[in-house]
Design a protein around this ligand. Structure first.
Ligand code: URA
Length: 437
């Protein structure tokens, strides 16, 4: 079908509804380079103002999913399952959830991203293990999944190239923050990645893209509808990102904390979120009730079998097994710096995005795609919002290999914290779950 992009922009500007053929033709032409960026950015802005119908959003997602390579996991039947996080600070859940789910019989064949900005990426965390291969041939990927039920690689091939182009454009034209385009962008990549079931961890709060539970639930609801329209088993958990998850932020620090949880210890909030996500994944991929899934995941974790799967996973992808068995072998960054409470008070709240930025300044993340990460850099939060503080208590320790960054990072970190004289209630960890009934 031949289209005139001008006509489609005009139609959306007047809140009209595009046909499936028009959407597919537009995405095909844009991917090929036949539609210039200035016209696509005008279209995205028209969507920002006028939205899209559900049907248009489903079609846009499908057109973007089919714009490049797609992964075929059909040999795993309905057992394949993916988890997607919309990005948070201290979010090391994949390291824990993936081996739990694989231990329970789910098939986790996953592509993960690198971190950019204030959120970390799973691939960067896995690369803390020297030798860990984040790219595998399709044959090796499948063989590993068959053997241990689990493989995680970096985004490979030409998956949803239309989204890649459009997201870069939206990023510089102030058109990222609109639900149809976010939902289509995320779900196009999930559909192209081929798993039968999908659990979305939609983060909500000061460290996340969606700032309120209402907005996060609306985005999650749309993504669940898209998944169902494309015959996927899908659920979404809306989780709190007003506070970093666990105590550790930064690659090696997060790996160490993930291993603590896999050994049956570690922070309660992290364990609870991981078990919630893992149970949802096991329910969808193993076809059991949510009660049974909760039993199975708790048993996999507490028996140590999930930790055993984790160690086999790291070894299978070429990482150092000794460090999976004893993460203390990673050592710690050369320089540490304590942030100390100046008075007796309560820790009221924090700006999680600024904490993520402070960790990035210390070398734990990237401000631009070319930045180099220091695996051992980051922050340990000894205290978290609602904790009672005594003057002199260590609130956090900054870790870095670059001492010149400490002063500015400490300033950013300190300005992210609020204190009060009054006791503070603990915030919920999970705001809402959609699609598990
Ligand atoms: N993440 C994505 O992949 N796409 C968006 O549009 C927003 C967040």
């Amino acid at each position: 079908m031949d289209i005139r992009m001008y006509d489609l922009i005009e139609k959306k500007k007047r809140a009209g509804e595009l046909t499936k053929d028009e959407i597919f033709a537009m995405i095909r032409a844009y991917t090929k380079g036949d539609i210039p960026d200035y016209q696509m950015s005008a279209f995205c802005m028209a969507v920002w103002f006028n939205g899209m119908t559900d049907r248009e959003t489903f079609d846009l997602t499908e057109a973007m999913a089919l714009s490049g390579d797609t992964v075929d996991l059909s040999q795993f039947g309905d057992r394949s399952v993916d988890k997607h996080s919309t990005g948070g600070v201290g979010d090391k859940t994949t390291l824990i959830v993936a081996p739990i789910v694989a231990t329970c019989g789910g098939i986790v064949a996953k592509m993960s991203g690198r971190g950019l900005g204030h959120t970390g990426g799973t691939v960067d965390k896995l690369e803390s293990f020297e030798g860990f291969k984040t790219s595998l041939s399709p044959e090796d990927f499948t063989a590993q999944v068959e053997k241990i039920g689990l493989a995680v690689i970096g985004q490979s091939g030409d998956l949803a190239p239309a989204d890649k182009k459009m997201y870069a454009l939206r990023d510089v034209t102030a058109t990222v923050d609109t639900i149809p385009l976010i939902a289509a962008s995320i779900m196009s990549k999930k559909l192209a990645a081929g798993t039968h079931s999908i659990v979305l961890d939609v983060k909500c709060g000061s460290g996340a893209f969606m700032r309120t539970p209402e907005d996060a639930s609306e985005l999650a609801g749309m993504m669940v509808k898209i998944g169902r329209a494309h015959n996927r088993n899908i659920a979404a958990v809306i989780t709190n990102m007003n506070i970093p998850l666990g105590h550790a932020i930064g690659n090696v620090l997060e790996v160490k904390e993930a291993v603590e949880v896999l050994k049956g210890r570690g922070p309660d909030d992290l364990r609870e979120i991981c078990l919630t996500l893992a149970s949802a994944m096991v329910k969808l991929s193993c076809g059991v009730s949510i009660e049974k899934a909760k039993e199975m995941t708790a048993d996999a974790l507490l028996s140590g079998r999930a930790y055993d799967t984790f160690c086999r996973w790291i070894e299978a992808q070429g990482g150092e097994k000794e460090k999976a068995l004893d993460p203390e072998l990673f050592g710690i960054a050369e320089h540490t710096y304590d942030i100390v409470a100046e008075r007796d008070c309560y820790f009221e709240s924090c700006n999680t995005e600024m904490i993520g930025t402070a960790a990035m300044m210390l070398g734990a993340g990237r401000a631009t795609a070319d930045d180099i990460i220091d695996p051992r850099a980051g922050i340990i939060l000894h205290k978290k919002p609602s904790d009672k503080l005594k003057k002199g208590d260590v609130i956090a320790t900054l870790h870095t290999e670059r001492p010149a960054t400490i002063e500015a990072a400490a300033k950013t970190f300190e300005s992210a914290l609020q204190f009060t004289d009054n006791a503070v209630e603990r915030q919920p960890l999970v705001f809402n779950i959609i699609g598990l009934d």
